[in-house]
Design a protein around this ligand. Structure first.
Ligand code: HSE
Length: 427
């Protein structure tokens, strides 16, 4: 019996042909950022299939109104009906939120995470208000919350804070976190009028839908709250931040700084102090050659100061459709990992040239067989015949790369199947 099973399984698996799976994506918001994400996905379709083993299918695109020009290929997916979108979000593999605001965005986040989906957002205001609660919801439902694009546009600063720097003894996080105001301050320093600089920042897609959040400093404050949450574990909504923007006298800010040989920057800073975390967003006069003074236009910079790792500085494009959408796409593809086929990726290490066959077993239990088959299917493994013994269910899969089997094992662990896998050198 087991010999027949081994032969059937080996014959059923395609040798060395990576499967490209469909990743169903529901997108809320198709303006400067969401529209750019759609374009990037189309532009990189083949590369995404090759590198990540997925083909991204837009299932539904929620927009606020129907008047605006949209990228190619979304016309028949558009909806303005939030309830219809929420239904699609609960069924999608990944839900991306780039619609802004905190009401609809929060409903989408709760629906997606509550349904165990991967939720990717660019919404700093949403995170500043509800980040920890959404993270808890994600954990409770084995969902996933990613938000790299919410702070620093295309700069991968949140990934660094979430994964690389937590144990470095962070003392301070500071920087320029708003592209619109930095663009305006740069133009003012060059002698241009404020109203023209602001209009230009809006035309270039840097400013928020309501630019009052940019120029008042509140957009930077939301981002600082998110940074402080990740760096210090403080609840973002409860962190007191002294917020002063570049209004009402932006021209004077520039002139004042120039009078002292400096340049104005809107600096956000959170720092550990004896009594807790101090936090501020305010105009600061800095030397033109300093690390903040050298940040021009819509660029951002984040400096992380820590006890064990000195100063880490990350700089780059802080606003605009393409950088923000690039960061969103990075999160989407990261979320796609559990569905990825054997396509090579930088962090896979060297793929074995000859994939092996594997024997997987789980203890017999109610529903165990159906769950096991579902897990194998989702990991891109052929669902083979199951060998039912008195104490265990066994299947032979492959030849398949370890990455597939590893995914299947972790997924089986997650649903409590208690799997064991052996590499097969018999049969
Ligand atoms: N309005 C924001 C800025 C967009 O200017 O920085 C990026 O979060």
């Amino acid at each position: 019996m087991s010999t027949i099973l081994l032969q059937e399984s080996a014959a059923a698996a395609p040798r060395g042909v990576p499967r490209v799976r469909t990743l169903r994506l529901a997108l809320a918001g198709c303006g400067v950022v969401g529209g750019e994400l759609v374009r990037l996905i189309a532009l990189h379709e083949r590369e995404i299939a090759a590198r990540n083993g997925v083909r991204i299918e837009l299932t539904r695109v929620l927009v606020r109104g129907s008047g605006r020009a949209r990228p190619d290929g979304v016309a028949d997916r558009l909806t303005t009906d939030v309830a219809e979108f929420l239904a699609a979000a609960a069924e999608a593999d990944v839900v991306v939120e780039a619609i802004g605001g905190t009401d609809t965005a929060l409903r989408i986040a709760r629906t997606a995470l509550g349904a165990g989906r991967r939720f990717v957002t660019a919404n700093k205001a949403l995170l500043a208000a509800h980040g920890p609660a959404l993270m808890r919801l994600a954990r409770r439902h084995r969902a996933r919350l990613d938000f790299e694009s919410a702070v620093g546009g295309g700069i991968p600063v949140l990934r660094a804070l979430r994964e690389q720097l937590p144990l470095t003894g962070i003392e301070a996080v500071r920087g320029v976190l708003n592209g619109t105001t930095n663009y305006i301050l740069t133009r003012l320093a060059a002698g241009e009028p404020y109203t023209a600089a602001l209009a230009d920042a809006q035309a270039k897609g840097y400013a928020e839908a309501n630019p009052a959040r940019d120029i008042s400093g509140h957009d930077a404050a939301d981002k600082l709250r998110v940074l402080a949450w990740l760096a210090f574990g403080t609840h973002p909504a409860r962190l007191p931040v002294r917020v002063r923007g570049i209004v009402p006298h932006p021209d004077r800010l520039a002139a004042d700084a120039a009078a002292l040989g400096g340049v104005p920057r809107l600096v956000a800073e959170a720092r550990r102090a004896a009594a807790g975390i101090t936090a501020s967003v305010e105009p600061v006069v800095v030397a033109p050659g300093s690390e903040l003074g050298q940040v021009h236009g819509a660029d951002n910079v984040v400096v992380v100061e820590s006890l064990h790792n000195g100063r880490v500085r990350l700089a780059g494009p802080g606003a605009g459709g393409a950088p923000t959408a690039s960061a969103l796409l990075g999160d989407v593809l990261r979320a796609a990992r559990p569905l990825r086929s054997g396509a090579a990726s930088a962090d896979d290490g060297v793929e074995e040239s000859a994939p092996h066959r594997w024997l997987l077993s789980v203890p017999r239990a109610p529903q165990a067989e159906a769950r096991l088959l579902r897990v194998l299917e989702r990991a891109g493994l052929q669902a083979p015949p199951v060998l039912r013994a008195a104490d265990a269910l066994r299947v032979v899969v492959g030849p398949a790369p370890w990455t597939h089997v590893d995914l299947a094992l972790r997924a089986a662990e997650a649903v409590g199947l208690g799997p064991v896998a052996s590499r097969l050198e018999v049969g």
